[in-house]
Design a protein. Structure first.
Length: 170
């Protein structure tokens, strides 16, 4: 397997393991001292693997649709940078109603070859845009427009649903 193929397999596997809650395999994608920065946490592997933001309900589905990653490898240093665009769609409850949140984001990952294996050493999730809709068309989600004023448009609905569930947004 080439370095390019190994890195591509690594980043695709990381996303598959994340949404399917395969935490042991997910942890293996990261260097032990990796840093992971998302809208709901920032820290080491232990702050991310097996953890979920407050609005997530494991009984409701979450689906990732990933685009091909842009991989830049520096062979001289056994390092790479990956830009990985994706769409995440999840069902959640909003004001007592079933809703669908779709987030468009870019993962920026720093990858290093450690003891002959490519590992993620840093991952930052950048939210680009999101959409919130009722799961059943026509249902009123009872959103007060004042509650979303001032929220960054790139992740307005993610922020709203998280805060509505009692969480915080970075």
């Amino acid at each position: 397997m080439t370095d390019f193929e190994a890195i591509q397999n690594l980043v695709v596997a990381e996303r598959m393991y994340r949404v399917s809650h395969r935490n042991n395999e997910l942890a293996e994608c990261y260097a032990p001292d990796a840093n992971i920065h998302t809208s709901w946490q920032s820290g080491g592997v232990n702050t991310f693997v097996g953890k979920e933001p407050v609005e997530t309900q494991k009984s409701l589905p979450i689906v990732n649709r990933c685009n091909p990653p842009l991989i830049r490898i520096n062979q001289a240093s056994d390092r790479a940078v990956v830009e990985y665009p994706m769409t995440t769609t999840r069902e959640l409850m909003v004001n007592g109603e079933e809703a669908v949140l779709t987030s468009f984001m870019l993962l920026v990952e720093r990858i290093e070859k450690i003891n002959g294996e490519w590992k993620i050493v840093d991952m930052t999730s950048i939210n680009e845009y999101d959409i919130l809709a009722p799961a059943i068309p026509g249902v009123d989600l009872k959103i007060n427009p004042d509650d979303v004023k001032g929220l960054r448009k790139s992740y307005r609905w993610l922020a709203y649903t998280r805060m509505n569930a009692g969480g915080e947004i970075s």
